[in-house]
Design a protein around this ligand. Sequence first.
Ligand SMILES: C[S@@+](CC[C@H](N)C(=O)[O-])C[C@H]1O[C@@H](n2cnc3c(N)ncnc32)[C@H](O)[C@@H]1O
Length: 357
Amino acid sequence: MIKYIGSKRRLVPTIVELCQRASAGRPGVALDLFSGTSRVGHALKREGWRVLSCDSNAYAYTLATCYVQADRERVLGHAARLITELQAIAPKAGYFTETFCERSRFIHPTNGARIDAIRERIASLSLEPVLERVVLVSLMEAADRVDSTTGVQMAYLKSWAPRAHKTLELRTPDVLPRAARGAGLAFQGDVLDACDWFGAFAPDADVAYLDPPYNQHSYLGNYHVWESLVRWDKPEVYGIACKRVDCRTRKSRFNSRPKIESAIAEVIGRVRAKTVILSFNDEGMVSRERIEAMLSERFGHEPVVVEHEGNRYVGAKIGIHNPRGQRVGTVGRLRNCEYLFVAGAGAEAMRSELVAA
Ligand SMILES: C[S@@+](CC[C@H](N)C(=O)[O-])C[C@H]1O[C@@H](n2cnc3c(N)ncnc32)[C@H](O)[C@@H]1O
């Protein structure tokens, strides 16, 4: 899976366990409403859960289509054959190479020319949408393995990362078989629309997992190269990082200090699920106390809070530099605490287990 800031890689086993407890150990229906890499939805699908995912960005929707909506038995044979064919295509530099390998330097031009040729071929095939997204995930993940960043696309490294010199290699994504509880679904759009849509579609959801952004940095700006690769709309770009011009206008309320609290409150008020599990950390723009208060108001009881200490994003270790690469700031703290707030039926069950123990 791609490198992704805020991805719940280390927390996935705990999140899956909390979901299982909330549904008395049986696979249920889960809403993953800020799906990002889809690693949470993928892990739940593996356990038999029916997962409905939402994210506002096209690259995340593409990942969710591959990891929660696509079913192995329906797409993988065709996808694997196509990926083998695409791997053999001759390189041909175009928009991607010029924009992201020459004007900026996220990927080495040798790999850029292969990405251009493969992406053009995918576009020319007019594939069925789910199959196309599985193949695009293979390309995005291959590009991610040879990128020259610290994990975000606001900037690239001054000199090529050693992995940037490796040859781009397409691999077949780990598409899972249809889950025991039913077909998954990916939705691209705002989380509030997803709350209404999934509310009508799956009013009996067992768990809603909410993992909103924690700070002012937009995910579209952080992963604009993947957005352009997936959309293949060859947009105008600006700045040293060659961001898509729509990074200036496609803003999320969850990245805004004045708006995030009311945005989280609105999602908590609107989502329909028996249990809500919400991720946040101690550096987020909303305090633990405020989130506890919002969940208490909606469910009529205080949430259970599971704490998890971890390392911060690698950029925190590298420190703050000016555009000439000189260190200009001090490194902040290197550890933080992730909170998982559990409210609703799952929290009641956890409390009664604790009392019985
Ligand atoms: C912390 S990340 C989620 C990480 C994910 N759980 C994972 O493990 O990879 C937050 C996600 O929220 C998405 N997002 C931001 N604003 C949104 C909105 N208004 N509606 C839906 N998704 C949004 C971002 O694109 C980003 O992928």
